[in-house]
Design a protein around this ligand. Structure first.
Ligand SMILES: CC(C)(COP(=O)(O)OP(=O)(O)OC[C@H]1O[C@@H](n2cnc3c(N)ncnc32)[C@H](O)[C@@H]1OP(=O)(O)O)[C@@H](O)C(=O)NCCC(=O)NCCS
Length: 389
């Protein structure tokens, strides 16, 4: 992958970062970066964020249709039945160093789930759907359990009367979540659950294309999501807001660090969206509503001012840089009381249904994904024995 022009003998090189390269077909989502539109299996993201809960969207991604009442209840029950962690998984989490970062913990714990699944390597549609359900159900419990274990507390078991969003908050904090918190959590999970051929989804599909198993594909995807250019940006955005400190300091910070420095505004810019990310628009509203409800608008006001400052900047206008999904979600999650280093694990919780749907889709029409590289190193070097080098 270089920017070198194609020669007559070699196939054309893909653009750096595979920008705009179509690598396959999918029925899962359409990301229209020019108009700022996102559609899951035919449904507008704005409608899903407003009206659907996470379980309805999980069903949609796995079945390409919305569930009726009994299908929804069946999925909700099946998820609950798979949510609790085994004694082995809890013991594993307790063996980790308390300072281990939550994304590394999640990556390791998800990988370890395969060790206790006798059919981990059976790649039939039926077994892959079972593993998708298991991973979607257990991941929130792993993330919540780690939060408690690293703080010297015992993990909390899930409650049958709660859906996935409410159960995550309950198991994380140990208190009954408020209705508004559950609604914002559901909207967040819905908005983040699928997004075309993003880097982590591509990783999951590459792993699957080698005929490897669902656990390996999801573990790969978690590792890819962790980076600051991808899912890690939500944590970086919140830390940036803390560094700025107050809305009064926004312009000075922007001028010193972004205009006159090498830094980027974390949570802004996107490979595909050259218009406002539609998820950011919804999360902006949710972050404001949550901040209003808690009576603390400090971080929302700061983020909003930085957004306006950046959008008024000629470079940001010229390069079409807008807030992305991670920008306002950082404020929404912080206001609900999610610890900052748990933002990216929460992103992973949301994306497991999308990743697993892509794994299932890859299996439907698989071919090994194996691109090529343009060798630009030296040729015909003479071998020199080690003692003479
Ligand atoms: C998301 C991101 C990695 C996309 O990268 P990309 O498509 O490869 O785009 P590039 O890194 O080539 O950036 C294109 C130009 O915009 C600038 N740019 C991109 N994002 C920027 C940001 N957040 N702040 C300031 N400038 C930014 C780059 O400096 C570059 O300018 P140049 O052409 O003068 O060198 C990038 O926008 C970014 O780093 N954003 C911050 C991290 C983030 O929020 N990630 C979450 C994505 S959902």
């Amino acid at each position: 992958m270089t920017d070198k022009p194609a020669t007559t003998t070699a196939p054309a090189a893909a653009p750096k970062g595979l920008q705009n390269v179509i690598v396959g077909q999918s029925k899962l989502s359409l990301v229209n970066g020019t108009e700022g539109k996102l559609i899951y299996a035919g449904y507008k993201i704005e409608d899903l964020a407003e009206y659907a809960n996470f379980e309805e969207v999980i069903y949609l991604l796995w079945n390409l249709k919305l569930p009726n009442k009994s299908e929804w209840e069946g999925l909700r029950k099946a998820l609950f039945d798979n949510m609790a962690l085994s004694a082995e998984t809890i013991a594993l989490l307790k063996s980790f160093p308390p300072k281990a970062t939550p994304m590394s913990v999640l990556r390791t714990a998800v990988s370890a789930l395969a060790l206790y699944d006798p059919k981990a390597d059976v790649n039939t549609v039926e077994e892959n759907k079972r593993k998708a359900l298991l991973l979607t159900a257990k991941t929130p419990t792993i993330v919540a359990a780690w939060e408690r274990i690293r703080n010297g507390k015992e993990p909390i078991a899930p409650r049958a009367d709660y859906g996935l969003a409410a159960n995550f908050l309950y198991m994380l904090k140990g208190t009954e979540p408020k209705q508004q918190e559950i609604a914002v959590m559901d909207a967040y999970l819905v908005l983040l659950s699928e997004h075309g051929m993003n880097a982590s989804t591509f990783s999951a599909r590459v792993t699957t294309s080698t005929l490897s198993d669902m656990y390996s594909a999801i573990t790969t995807a978690i590792g890819t999501l962790k980076g600051a250019a991808h899912g890690g940006a939500n944590e970086e955005a919140m830390n940036m807001f803390f560094e700025i400190g107050s809305a009064d300091n926004v312009e000075k910070w922007f001028n010193d660090n972004v205009k006159n420095g090498d830094r980027r505004v974390m949570g802004m810019g996107h490979r595909v969206y050259k218009a406002l990310d539609p998820r950011a628009a919804v999360l902006n509203r949710k972050a404001k509503e949550m901040s209003d409800a808690t009576g603390n608008l400090k971080w929302y006001d700061l983020a909003s001012k930085l957004d306006k400052t950046a959008r008024a900047d000629e470079e940001f206008i010229k390069k079409n840089l807008y807030a992305n999904v991670d920008y306002y979600s950082a404020i929404a999650l912080y206001t609900i009381g999610i610890p900052i280093d748990q933002f990216t694990p929460l992103f992973a919780i949301a994306r497991i249904p999308g990743w697993s749907a892509h794994v299932l889709e890859q299996w439907e029409n698989n071919r090994l994904i194996r691109p090529d590289v343009d060798y630009v190193g030296p040729m015909d070097l003479q071998w020199v024995p080690i003692e003479k080098r």
